[in-house]
Write a protein that binds this ligand. Structure first.
Ligand SMILES: Cc1cc2nc3c(=O)[nH]c(=O)nc-3n(C[C@H](O)[C@H](O)[C@H](O)COP(=O)(O)O)c2cc1C
Ligand code: SF4
Length: 626
């Protein structure tokens, strides 16, 4: 039998073991909750009470944190908890029909637990498998490539009460789908190459100074400039962050190096929650050593001795292989004390697994989560480079940024800068999905046109591309000559293609639901604003929308831009405004001609009154009295 949430179960031994593995440290709270949940399938009150007691925190904090993350539930949701990925590409590939078929076969309503407590089926935000959707999670494990046949097999396994651990391994296979490789996906470095190259620069500094017959002290200072020399290469490369904001990496690292504190930290942001993005999944699957090399080079440059990899909950299935890679690196002296024989170069990496929250990809929310709290973005400034993890200087970088830094450590800043465009050096990995013949990863030097990408991935009859996910921009066919570059179309990676058969209104509606679902609720403009956007879009979808809704949504955009606390709120209106501008007929086709109408069918609501009064003449209907 799979893990069943039984409120009478004896949690104590497991909870004690897990809390003790996290050193009774309250900053491990999210990990403790996640692991207890994984073992028992839910987090009932007695388990929360015990966790709070053992961590010496108030019960309200444990409960508050548990209620924040969508993968942590306090109520039992069945032995099998099925979550269908609800990105627009999953829907385009038929996820709704497959979910309906599963609900029908297992006798369960969407969003509910079956009467026998066996199974629950619901939606979750994009699971990062858009190149092989539709996908679902069962008890946290990803199954991509859903078909009728696969759904049938999953239902049989559930009805036979087969533990998920015993399900056929091939159900869980996730492909890399690398379609175009360049310097990052195509070039194999040996584990530790980047670290050795960085240390070599330090040694060069030493010998050059010594050869110049300077004093021992000057020669020592030269050697100590090893980290600075590598930092200079990163600056020279003009590498800019690949997580979305595009901040210059060398400047961020330098600011952290110069910040004062008791300790410095390196954080790798592998939250990858933007719908349509899945490149970090592949880097962590097949290039984990490059990621860890990048983190270690960063630690060397800024003087950190602790690093964290924040892995999104949907990629939990990668945890064991990543832990094994870390262990191999410790054995090879690529982590731990005196890395590569360099006295004083001590650094290690710990993995934290998220628990279902898009906003935790925002760097300050991520740090809150690392500290065992709700993932609510902090006020900025101060920025993490001075006040990050435990209020100490911290750099947060995207997975791809750190991989690029490792390449720069080996090949130098000038080499990197020779690729791409003037303001966008190097390459960019695109996560291509949607209406294309060959979905997957495409790595290009910056400056590639959208048209070129469409041609390479086998797109036909394309009407729109959502570049960089819902928080990015939607472009139409008149713009396919534009380029992927910070000076034109910056992107965190998502490249979602829609052909002419797609209803762009429905695309925007799906994204509006995503933002409302993922709003952390901390600030009122975003909490209320994103749900007002959903109401307006649903009203239009139901055929009750008017010009009033379109005006309201533009007004909401101004409010959110002005007063939302973080980037989620600032970008929540993007998909609607972009599609309204480029595909207005898709909205207007659905509008009623009235200037305003209520969000529900008012005439229908009066049916009961008509029945009671025995009237059904024209005068008893609203339509007759506009
Ligand atoms: C709502 C929100 C979600 C974000 N999600 C991610 C994410 O999943 N991965 C990521 O690298 N950056 C994400 N970011 C950007 C981070 O805040 C941060 O800028 C980034 O990790 C910095 O790394 P870089 O300089 O290497 O790009 C997100 C930002 C916001 C506002
Ligand atoms: S803007 Fe939205 S996601 Fe960001 S803090 Fe406010 S409520 Fe949370």
């Amino acid at each position: 039998m799979d893990n069943i949430c039984d409120i009478h179960a004896n949690f104590e031994p497991s909870v004690r073991r897990i809390v003790s593995r996290w050193g009774h440290d309250p900053t491990g709270l999210v990990q403790v909750l996640r692991e207890v949940h994984e073992e028992f399938g839910c987090l009932p009150g007695p388990a929360l009470t015990l966790i709070a007691r053992l961590l010496r925190i108030p019960y309200s904090r444990a409960k508050g944190v548990a209620s924040f993350y969508s993968f942590l539930n306090e109520e039992p949701l069945g032995n099998y908890r099925v979550l269908f990925s609800d990105n627009i590409t999953d829907r385009m590939a038929g996820s709704e029909r497959l979910m309906e078929a599963m609900c029908h076969r297992l006798w369960v309503e969407p969003g509910k637990v079956s009467e026998d407590g066996l199974v629950s089926i619901a939606h979750t935000s994009c699971t990062g498998m858009c190149d092989q959707g539709p996908a679902l999670l069962v008890n946290g494990r990803a199954i991509p490539g859903l078909t009728d046949e696969r759904i049938g097999r999953i239902c049989e396994l559930i009805l036979a009460r087969t533990p998920v651990a015993e399900w056929p391994a091939e159900l869980f296979v996730v492909h890399d789908n690398v379609r175009r490789a360049d310097i990052m996906l195509g070039r194999a470095l040996q584990p530790g190459d980047a670290i050795r190259a960085a240390l070599q620069r330090g040694a060069q500094g030493w010998s050059e100074h010594a050869a110049n017959e300077r004093s021992w002290r000057e020669a020592y200072v030269g050697a100590a400039q090893g980290p600075v020399a590598t930092l200079e290469e990163v600056k020279r490369s003009n590498l800019r962050g690949r997580g979305g904001a595009g901040f210059t990496t060398g400047i961020k690292w330098e600011a952290c190096r110069h910040a004062t504190g008791l300790a410095r930290y390196v954080v790798c942001n592998a939250d990858e929650g933007e719908p349509g993005t899945f490149k970090d999944r592949v880097l962590l699957t097949s290039h984990a050593d490059l990621v860890f090399d990048g983190m270690t080079v960063a630690a060397y440059c800024i003087g950190a001795s602790q690093g964290f990899l924040y892995l999104r909950g949907e990629y939990r299935y990668l945890l064991e292989s990543l832990e094994a890679t870390l262990e191999r690196r410790r054995m090879a002296n690529l982590l731990g004390n005196g890395i590569c024989g360099q006295p004083g170069f001590d650094f290690d990496i710990r993995i934290h697994v998220g628990a279902g929250s898009y906003v935790c990809g925002e760097e300050s929310a991520l740090i809150e989560s690392l500290e065992g709290k709700r993932g609510v973005p902090r006020n900025r400034p101060p920025y993490p480079v001075t006040n990050g993890y435990r209020q100490q200087p911290t750099i947060v970088n995207n997975v791809e940024t750190l991989c690029a830094a490792a390449l720069i450590a080996v090949h130098g800043g000038d080499w990197y800068r020779s690729l791409g465009t003037l303001k966008s050096s190097g390459t960019k990995i695109l996560s291509v999905a949607g209406d294309v013949a060959r979905p997957g990863l495409y790595e290009y030097p910056f400056g590639v046109t959208l048209r070129q990408v469409l041609e390479d991935c086998g797109a036909a009859n394309t009407q729109a591309i959502q570049v960089s996910g819902p928080s990015g921009v939607c472009v139409d066919a008149t713009e396919f000559g534009r380029r992927i570059a910070f000076e034109d179309l910056p992107t965190a990676g998502a490249f979602t293609v829609f052909d002419a058969s797609r209803d762009m209104f429905e695309v925007a509606r799906n994204y509006a639901h995503f933002f409302a679902h993922e709003s952390c609720g901390f600030c009122t403009p975003c909490r209320v604003g994103t749900s007002m956007l959903v109401s307006a879009m649903d009203k239009i979808h139901a055929g009750n929308g008017t010009q009033h809704e379109l005006r309201e949504m533009s007004r909401l955009n101004k409010v959110l831009l002005m007063s939302a606390h973080c980037g989620l709120g600032h970008t929540a209106c993007n998909p609607i405004l972009d599609t309204l501008k480029r595909f207005r007929p898709a909205y207007e086709r659905k509008l009623r001609s009235l200037d305003f109408s209520p969000a529900f069918d008012l005439d229908g609501a009066l049916a009961q009154a008509r029945q009671m009064t025995g009237r059904d003449d024209e005068g008893a209907h609203l339509e007759a009295h506009p």
